[in-house]
Structure formats: structure tokens, C-alpha cells
Design a protein around this ligand. Structure first.
Ligand code: MG
Length: 432
């Protein structure tokens, strides 16, 4: 049921009111005080209300903070036992999901999620007497999140024009207001919440941001875009170019003087080369980044999807905080000029399809073969990543589809192409 991003699926197929009710009951048998929130999807209120019924029926006090971004929900979770967000993040309209956050803002670990799953499967009614039913209360949480970020980041000193693309999602409740309070002149784009996502799919990848790119170019303004629920943030330069997130990771790590940076195993080596800090690579998924940050006392974590974790503020990937931090950085240094100095290493991603059983069988053979390459470091926390002086290779079975993913990055294009062909043929050979 739970994946690394909570429960996610198609509405009224996998994600039904019955399921939400059961998850509410299961959470109700573990926690006592819960805060809930939702994104603007057409199904979000339906799912949230079922979940709240399950919680109340089991005697849990529920605070409903309404239509908010995921980072706002995670930020307010510190006052409760847990926070539950109804969202499918960047997925298209027909999806929804349930994501649970701990008090420190991180998603609950898989172990805790499995416990909830078990209780759901037990299917035992845990309803309390009528006079023990939980209390329901509505509260505003956006103001507190804005003030928390403002206090941490501060205002800007120079004039700045920013275009914010809210992707018709939940950040329309917060980012434009926050940036205005910081002193920016804000132009909003797609800031009317709409679960049909009429402007573009709410995933902030370059092909979805044509509107933002042309507007930034025309207005000579910095561009910020979020996914539907606001745990992601990406940047467009004031001449209308999409900024690669690997480079943004470098800039943020430098800006906060990070000593220990946590990134997933599929990250670019531009981070190793240009960040003056220990770079720790862990499993792909923001909950693993949060866990590793806590374990190693890391001071900055990120994923190239546009996920930013600043542990001094929250262990939740907070795209709104990241937007404020970026604007502040752009106020202090010529950020786009600095980004322009960073190289774009040639990178190729692809995959080989095969039966799941075949993949299982082939993995040890692949490991044997890949170790024959001349490498300086092997990382096996999530697939196999081998690092050389001028390149790296990642071979990783997909978690959701019957295929093995291959990523190769090198400083020179010819080296990358050659390495890609060698590794691709090797993996294909092992799957025969
Ligand atoms: Mg998201």
C-alpha cells in the first residue's frame, strides 16, 4: 500500500473513501492528535472527509488546516502526533494519495507505514463510544508557516521581480504572499487552484514550463515553479532559461555553507566536483534523504527533481522555503552568472526491459561484470553505482516496472557514449 511517497493511486480505483476511512481508523489506533490538510484536486475533500471520519470514530482529536501546501502541513505537524496530507504531488488529475508526516517534518519511515498497513489489513473495528469520539476543529496554518520562513530567511534589499507558477496547485495559498512580504514584486501564473490543472501537468519539468520561460524572458524576471503540493521548486533564469537542478544543488549547498550534503545515488558528479563538502549518496526518495540527514547530522539534502531539504528549518522537502532561500541568494549574489560557470556534463538515461525473475537472476552477474571496470568507488545502497575519476554508472532495477535502468555521466561526451554502449551491452548480455 505505502510506497516511498505514501499511498498513491487512481481515485475511486485504488484511492477510495473506504481506504481513507480505514487508514483513518488505523492511524486512530496509534496516534492521539492529528492535523490534516489537502491539495485542490477534485477528489481531495472526498478522501480527506473519509479519513477524518475514521480518525474521529477512533477517538482522535483532528485539526483540519484545509487547503494548504504539503510543506505547510508538515510544518504544522510539530504541534501534533502526526500530520496527514491528501495529495498526489505532481501526478495528473485522476490521481490522489495520502502522505503521513512526523513532527520533525519528515515522512514516516517505511517501518511505521507497514505497521499502519497491518492494522488496515486486520480490518478490526476500533470505534469508541459516542462520548469519546474525537474533537474536530478548523485552524489556519499558513500564517505561521509564512512567519517561520520570513524569520529564518529575512527580507531582500534590492528590487526584484519574480514570476511564480503555482501549477494551479496549493502553493497559490502561500508562495506569492510570502515573496511579496520579502519585498519582491510578484507576478503570479496559474495561481487559481484547479484540480483539472488546465495550464499544464503539475510537474515542474522543463517541458511543462514554456509559459513561465517566455514570461521570465519578457519581464526580465526570475521564475519560480512548484508542483501541485509545493514540496518541489524549480527556477527559471531572468532570461527565460530553465536551471538544471543539479547546479541549483551546488548553489544552495555553497550558500548555506553545508558541510555534509545528502543526495540520491542518481545525482550528477557536478555536485561532487563543485561542492566543498562531504557528499553522501543514499536511496532515491525524499524520506531516505531525510533519514540520512538525521543519521549523519547533514546540513543540506536535495534531489534533482527539485526537492530541497534544509534541516535547520524542517526535514520536509519545503519548496516554499526553498523559493524564499533562492530569492534571498539572488538578492545577495549574481546567482545566474555563478550557475553559468558550472559545467553541464553529458548524461544519458535509459533502460533494458526484462522479466522480473530474469532481472533477479541477472543482478549478481551484472555486479560481477561491473566490478571488472576500472573504478574508484562502489555504492550499493540502491542499485549499483560505480564512480571513476571522470565518469559514473548507475544500474538500478526499477521499483515499479519490469526493467533495469541505466544512467551514465562523464565529463567528455565520447567517453560517456563509449561507457554507455559497454554497460548497456553488458546488462543486455547478463539478461540473456
Ligand atoms: Mg510534490
Amino acid at each position: 500500500m505505502f510506497g516511498t511517497s505514501g499511498i498513491r493511486g487512481v481515485v475511486n480505483k485504488e484511492i477510495t473513501p473506504e481506504l481513507a476511512l480505514k487508514v483513518g481508523e488505523a492511524c486512530g489506533s496509534i496516534y492521539k492528535k492529528v492535523v490534516v490538510g489537502n491539495d485542490p484536486r477534485t477528489s481531495s475533500l472526498m478522501i480527506k472527509n473519509a479519513l477524518i471520519s475514521g480518525l474521529l470514530a477512533c477517538g482522535v482529536d483532528v485539526v483540519d488546516i484545509g487547503f494548504v501546501s504539503t510543506p505547510t502541513l508538515a510544518y504544522s505537524a510539530k504541534k501534533y502526533d502526526i500530520g496527514i496530507m491528501i495529495t498526489a504531488s505532481h501526478n495528473p488529475s485522476q490521481y490522489n494519495g495520502i502522505k503521513i508526516f512526523k513532527r520533525d517534518g519528515s515522512g514516516i519511515p517505511l517501518k511505521e507505514a507497514r505497521r499502519i498497513e497491518e492494522i488496515v489489513r486486520e480490518n478490526k473495528k476500533r470505534y469508541v463510544n459516542w462520548d469519546e469520539i474525537g474533537e474536530y476543529r478548523k485552524e489556519d496554518a499558513i500564517g505561521e508557516h509564512i512567519n517561520g520562513i520570513l524569520q529564518d530567511v529575512g527580507e531582500i534589499e534590492n528590487e526584484m521581480k519574480v514570476v511564480v507558477d503555482c501549477s494551479n496547485g496549493a502553493t497559490s495559498t502561500i508562495t506569492p504572499y510570502l515573496l511579496r512580504k520579502m519585498g519582491c514584486k510578484v507576478i503570479t501564473l496559474n495561481a487559481q487552484p484547479d484540480g483539472y490543472f488546465p495550464a499544464h501537468n503539475p510537474e515542474p519539468v522543463e517541458e511543462n514550463l514554456q509559459q513561465l520561460k517566455s514570461m521570465c524572458g519578457a519581464e526580465r524576471a526570475i521564475g519560480i515553479a512548484h508542483d501541485c503540493d509545493g514540496d518541489r521548486m524549480v527556477v527559471v533564469s531572468n532570461d527565460g532559461n530553465y536551471i538544471e537542478n543539479d547546479k541549483l544543488i551546488v548553489m544552495f549547498a555553497k550558500y548555506v555553507n553545508a558541510r555534509k550534503v545528502v543526495v540520491p545515488v542518481d545525482s550528477s558528479m557536478v555536485i561532487d566536483d563543485y561542492v566543498d563538502a562531504e557528499v553522501i549518496k543514499t536511496r532515491v526518495g525524499d524520506i531516505f534523504i531525510s533519514e540520512m540527514l538525521k543519521e549523519t547530522k547533514g546540513d543540506f539534502g536535495a534531489e534533482a527533481s527539485g526537492t530541497w531539504i534544509f534541516p535547520s528549518f524542517s526535514y520536509c522537502p519545503d519548496g516554499i522555503y526553498a523559493a524564499a532561500k533562492f530569492v534571498k541568494m539572488a538578492d545577495e549574489i549574481d546567482v545566474f552568472e555563478e550557475i553559468g560557470k558550472l559545467p553541464s556534463y553529458p548524461l544519458k538515461r535509459g533502460s533494458v526491459m526484462a522479466d522480473r525473475d530474469k532481472i533477479k537472476e541477472a543482478l549478481s552477474k551484472i555486479e560481477e561484470e561491473i566490478k571488472k571496470l576500472d573504478f574508484v568507488k562502489l555504492i550499493d545502497v540502491d542499485g549499483l553505482r560505480i564512480e571513476m575519476e571522470d565518469a559514473w554508472v548507475l544500474i538500478r532495477p526499477s521499483g515499479t516496472e519490469p526493467k533495469i535502468r541505466i544512467t551514465v555521466e562523464a565529463k567528455e561526451k565520447s567517453r560517456m557514449e563509449k561507457l554507455w554502449n559497454d554497460v548497456f551491452n553488458m546488462v543486455k548480455g547478463c539478461l540473456k
